[in-house]
Design a protein around this ligand. Sequence first.
Ligand code: NAP
Length: 278
Amino acid sequence: MRKNAIIISMQSVLIVGASSGIGYACAKKFIVEGYEVLALSRTECVLAGVKNYLCDVSNESELDLTLNALLAENPRIRHFVYSAGFSMAAPLEKADPKDYRYLYEVNFFGFVHCLRRLIPALRHSSGSACVVSSVGALFPIPFDPYYVSSKAALNAFCAALQTELRPKGVRVLSVMPGGTRTDFTFKRKIYSNEKTGDYSVAVKTASEKLKEIEQQGASANKVAEEIYNKCAASSAFYLFAAGLKNKLACALIRFLPQPLLTMLTRAVFLSSPGPTER
Ligand SMILES: NC(=O)c1ccc[n+]([C@@H]2O[C@H](COP(=O)([O-])OP(=O)(O)OC[C@H]3O[C@@H](n4cnc5c(N)ncnc54)[C@H](OP(=O)(O)O)[C@@H]3O)[C@@H](O)[C@H]2O)c1
């Protein structure tokens, strides 16, 4: 008897930063939804069935070679999630340019570089690219201007690509989680007292507060659920805060007078409102 076999090939998602935290949770979610997961980071994503590509995204030539191999082996990619990230706490006056340049390589240029290479595949699949930004893009977190500016740059970059890539069938999205309970908190590069000098108490206080916000925040699984839903939907929106509390905070911040925002930030991160300068 002849059987009419229908062969449905699995769709692939590339997740950069799937070895831990939000990226790892995304890998789990996409697997449950029937996707083949391609994972790119410096260490392996240990989930069964994932294809690992080990690479440091801050090294452009290494990234290029890795993407060459990855795209040759997996030309059909439906979704791309970029979750690699790095953060630091250092006063501007004392920060080492090597550190903030590295931060921009990982948080911003890594995404730009991967997306450029993936556009042909995403055009072919009418797929989506989603970068994990942060609500920090809108909030003036003290001693982390490199991080918040890199996330604001990602948001602006994604917004500017709407007119360029939407007509080609590619959706470029930015999802902004708030504090999320991952090891990100413990990997932050916090400058020591010797390096921070008379900023040391403020750097320590602000870092402790940020740690508290992150470790009392959402689960990575919740954020991953939201990322998956945004990738799978066909909405014309492109910038999303993850979680109701963060959506409300992002809406509110647009209406706050700037001096009041500075005062509130001081109160939250440095435990003293301080004067509002004119
Ligand atoms: N956790 C939060 O509270 C929070 C809040 C808002 C936004 N976010 C954003 O969410 C994203 C994911 O953070 P997470 O909380 O899931 O942190 P995480 O657990 O530390 O995950 C970061 C991922 O990025 C990868 N990565 C870091 N540097 C890399 C490099 N040079 N080359 C290749 N891969 C690199 C890491 O893999 P390897 O170490 O194996 O390379 C890891 O898989 C970040 O962009 C972060 O800014 C986090």
